[in-house]
Design a protein around this ligand. Sequence first.
Ligand SMILES: [Zn+2]
Length: 219
Amino acid sequence: MIIDAGMGDKENEKFHDIYGVERTRHLDHTLAEAGLAPEDIDIVLASHLHFDHAGGFTVRDAGGRIRPRFPRAQYVVRRGEWEDATHPSVRTRASYLLDNYVPLAEAGVLQLVDDDQTIMPGVKVRRTGGHTQHHQMIVIESGGKTAAFVADLIPTTAHVPEVWVMGYDLYPLDTMAAKQQFVKEAVEKEILTFFEHDPLVAAGYIKEEDKKRTVVAGR
Ligand SMILES: [Zn+2]
């Protein structure tokens, strides 16, 4: 399984310029480092469908056709997120690019989930809302330990403090409420938390002392 897939390689120079994209490494490199190729992935699970998370779900082939990037995978998306992403508004349409996910439905590899549930043994999704109405985090349990892929609920370690939320969030008060609840749980249960957008700290343990939060890098 892979959770989210980065922004992919379908966009042009202008797009890279606007978003400050540096493309020295991409997903194939990191998969190879894990001893995997795109054909090895059975399930692709989406936190939400913004281009920087779902762009890597599809690829443009030599003939210019857009197809699923992981040829053997089923793609799992929350139904509410799918509805919002396929009917973007003026506020959301810069982030929802149809080429990243509509081809999955056309190829018959899309699975929509309606609520919080187990995707595979030890892997559960949980709606956080906030960033998007149906943004979800992923909780992974294995060997008595818990990890959480919180995606844009806490994109970087700088967003661990209560009031630090992104301007991208559609419902910032919901982000703050969901974060408050998760951080309490993460501190108490020592949950390994992934920071999808952090350039330096891939994952770590959130600590809280005298209301001050810190992160101890971990793996
Ligand atoms: Zn996002």
